[in-house]
Design a protein around this ligand. Sequence first.
Ligand SMILES: [Zn+2]
Length: 413
Amino acid sequence: MGKGDRMAGVATTRYPLIEGRIQAEIMRYVRVVDRPVSRSEMTEVLGVSRSKVSLEVGRLLEAGLLVEDGLAESEGGRRSSLLGIPPSAGLVAAVDLGATSIDVALSTLGSELLAHRGEPADIREGPQPVLGRVKEILSGILKEQSAGPQDVLAIGMGVPGPVEQASGLLRSPPIMPGWHLFPIRDAFAGEYAAPVFIDNDVNVMALGEHWGGVAKGVDNLLFVKIGTGIGGGIIADGRLYRGIQGCAGDIGHICVDPEGPVCSCGNRGCLEAMAAGPAIASKAERGARDGLSPSLHEVLDERGELSAKDVGEAASRGDYRALEIIRESGQLVGRVLATLVSTLNPSLIVIGGGVSNIGHSLLAEIRSTVYRRSLPLATRNLPIVLSELDQLAGITGASVLAAEGVLQTTRVG
Ligand SMILES: [Zn+2]
């Protein structure tokens, strides 16, 4: 990835890459503490010599990746200067692809959001039209910031399917026909020199919650998304835990009933097939037709179909069957989470995704099931809360994925 060996006409970046392990560690530390840092603090924290830190900081200052940012508290002698990452260090592009939406954002290397645009889309149209639209939106918001592709340091992307970590390729994604093994990185390569980092959307949301949401500063947490599907993201010891291939946390396909309905993955009785939005909606439609819920029957008559949101609204009006359906979902999710609590012993569970907002009864049922089915020691201090970032969790996480990724991609040779 050296600049010198690029041929004319190939995409370039005007920013130098981080060179070497120490520069990367310095940049990562300043980014994570999110305040100006002195050279002596770096020397202490990174465990390298003061002269080495000074040398590498000098190079980073010259490259524009760090700036002098105020003076340290006096320790008797001359006050030393503090260092920070300037907004001009480069832009990070964040892309959050959902089953039915595209969100694109620009942020600083410090993950401060500068611009965001979202619109409805259909992931089933396939990679070419969807990524084409992503690139159009991205170049539009870059222009608005008076910037261009050469200003982008890294691109981070969350996708609603399983991503093989090493290659960044989707593998047999159940709801993304046409995306299996599609080279997403290559789609950007003609215009952007920036590296592209791709991960599962729920992992990306977990990164977002950990960086700037209700889980900020919590180093052992479980993020659970309940929407059209169900997925989990695990932060362990402050880092996203992906497992060997990148599938860790894919809880939607844990079997909760071997006799249950067939799931999009081909197996029977997966948590997702039994408890996610479509399952809630189809149970409600059955209940409405069977005369178990007059209020759902009325909505079904009017519109011809029901959504999880309708069920939430009926439950809030006191509809017994709607409440029962939500409780069934909450119990199924709660049972799987109780297993995870026993395996991972997290200190926080954050619930997000479209269906998480259908009313308090879902969260209440998840909570009581987890508390009832886990060991008291594991749940003694285990808050289970709703996401605060909500729609922004995905793009916040995608910008974290990109920034952390580029600070690990050190130039070789
Ligand atoms: Zn499944």
